[in-house]
Design a protein around this ligand. Structure first.
Ligand code: UDX
Length: 471
């Protein structure tokens, strides 16, 4: 039986955002039709396959598929059967950093052709400010009376790997609605979360420590909501580039960026999250959204130079890491390197804009031999990396007889590696860590020459030759 206040909702686009949103909205008790024009993908979803590596998604799909969550290739049928229609199609980067909104326009046209009575059309895809106006215009041009629809902006703040939990336990829900009617409908959709009702259910997906229950609902204008999304991602990327710049100074003056982070993060106005230095940010969102936000600013007649610098520091971080490898290994040609991690961050199989993949490509160009291991992203990486890259079944296999080991992704499982076993496997006990996963003192105790980002290098406490003989 459907819970009270259950609504009929269509989600157009069954990619990463659309699929997670549809599964989570079904979990909240609504009736979902998830639409995609990729028939193969739809068949796979109907068969029970889960196309992305995302915690709790298999459970939610298994629970609701064929019941509260169905898949379809017809936007028309889905729109007619629903009170609200989410647009969750891709907005890939076009030339000059502008977001390519052609998929959004296409879907808006099809929605327009299907609307016969009042619907709320909700943009969930990350779009530049004013896109809601363009969707509105498209609907009107396709003959929909203004009284028959509202366009709402409801940006997502889902991180890959924790998207389900981010959806169900958000820091905030942002709804940009310009009419009371649309605002009421969106409030109803999120009521199971904002009333706290969902969290009392026995089989609710468990939330992270410190989750804000119930989450606040922030109501804004559509334009403000659109800006909140771009500004949030730009600010987070700025935090990362800021700490990476500070890490560079730490290396020059012999300070420890971890201690500096502890000190600045303790200021509640700054906070300690998103202050992990490393090889820079990647993924399908930050690089694209920063470029798009910069382009939006340019169109407004404002050159957002701060964003130029955030992007420049991020790119420079990869080059700096390569210089670090060169310094550590003297020459690169012919060196056998074990690479741990290819995904753009831990907990996902996504390699889009992955700094790890870009670094591996540079190393191959310099004549290195690369043996890589990633717990989830190896298959995807194999599609884009040259064939000469070898893939290992474990971190230890990758390390076997390697001249050095590089850590390029912050996978949790790497932090639990048996350091003595790793030491015994490597030809030389050199680790260059682009994610600062280990304590330099511990690495030193275990006999490693250990280089990380923004922290003093660690040298082996014990005699390498003797330790290796004994090991
Ligand atoms: C991001 C936003 O966090 C999310 O709100 C938005 O909806 C989509 O974009 P995601 O791309 O999944 O999510 O990854 P996130 O966890 O934000 O990390 C982005 C990149 O920054 C990764 O490459 C990560 O390794 C890097 N990062 C993150 C750092 O280098 N240091 C940090 O302190 C945090």
């Amino acid at each position: 039986m459907l819970p009270k206040n259950s609504m009929k909702i269509a989600v157009v686009g069954s990619g990463y955002v659309g699929l997670v949103a549809a599964a989570c909205l079904a979990e909240l008790g609504h009736e979902l039709i998830c639409v995609d024009n990729d028939r193969e993908k739809l068949f796979a979803l109907k068969r029970g396959e889960v196309p992305i590596h995302e915690e709790f998604l298999p459970e939610l799909l298994a629970k609701h598929r064929g019941k509260r969550l169905v898949f379809s290739d017809s936007i028309e049928n889905a729109v007619r059967a629903s009170d609200a229609v989410f647009i969750a199609v891709g907005t890939p980067p076009a030339e000059d950093g502008y977001a390519d909104l052609s998929y959004v326009e296409c879907v808006a046209r099809e929605i327009g052709n299907a609307i016969h009575e009042y619907k709320v059309v909700i943009e969930k895809s990350t779009v530049p400010v004013n896109t809601s106006d363009c969707i509105r215009r498209t609907l009107i041009l396709n003959g929909v009376p203004t009284s028959s629809f509202d366009v709402v902006s409801n940006p997502e703040f889902l991180r890959e790997g924790t998207a389900v939990s981010d959806f169900l336990y958000p820091d905030r829900i942002v709804v940009g609605a310009d009419t009371a009617r649309a605002a009421t409908l969106l409030r109803k959709i999120y009521e199971p979360l904002t009333s706290g009702r969902y969290y009392k259910e026995e089989d609710a997906i468990p939330g992270p420590d410190g989750a804000q229950i119930p989450p606040p609902l922030i109501m804004t204008s559509t334009r403000s909501a659109e800006l909140i999304k771009h500004a949030s991602n730009a600010f987070l990327a700025m935090k990362i580039s800021f700490i990476n710049a500070v890490a560079t100074i730490c290396e020059h003056v012999g300070a420890d960026v971890a201690q500096v982070c502890g000190g600045i993060g303790a200021d509640s106005r700054i906070g300690s999250r998103f202050l992990s230095p490393g090889i820079g940010y990647g993924g399908s969102c930050f690089p694209k959204d920063l470029a798009a936000f910069r382009a939006v600013a340019h169109d407004c007649g404002y050159e957002f130079r701060l964003l130029d610098e955030v992007i420049r520091i991020n790119e420079d971080q990869r080059a700096r890491f390569l210089r670090k490898i060169r310094t550590a290994l003297w020459t690169l040609k012919g060196k056998k390197l074990a690479v741990l991690g290819l995904a753009f961050k831990g907990g996902t199989d996504d390699i889009r804009e992955s700094p790890a993949v870009s670094i591996v490509n540079c190393l191959l160009k310099e004549g290195c031999e690369v043996v890589a291991y990633d717990p989830a992203a190896a298959a995807r990486a194999a599609e884009v990396l040259p064939q000469k890259v070898t893939f290992a079944e474990s971190a230890y296999d990758a390390a076997a007889t390697a001249d050095a080991l590089l850590i390029l992704t912050d996978w949790e499982e790497f932090t639990a590696l048996d350091l003595d076993r790793l030491h015994a496997k490597l030809k030389y006990p050199i680790i260059i860590d682009g994610r600062n996963l280990f304590d330099p003192d511990v690495m030193s105790e275990h006999g490693f020459l250990y280089f990380s980002v923004g922290r003093p290098d660690a040298v082996p406490k014990r005699d390498i030759a003797r330790a290796r003989k004994a090991g």
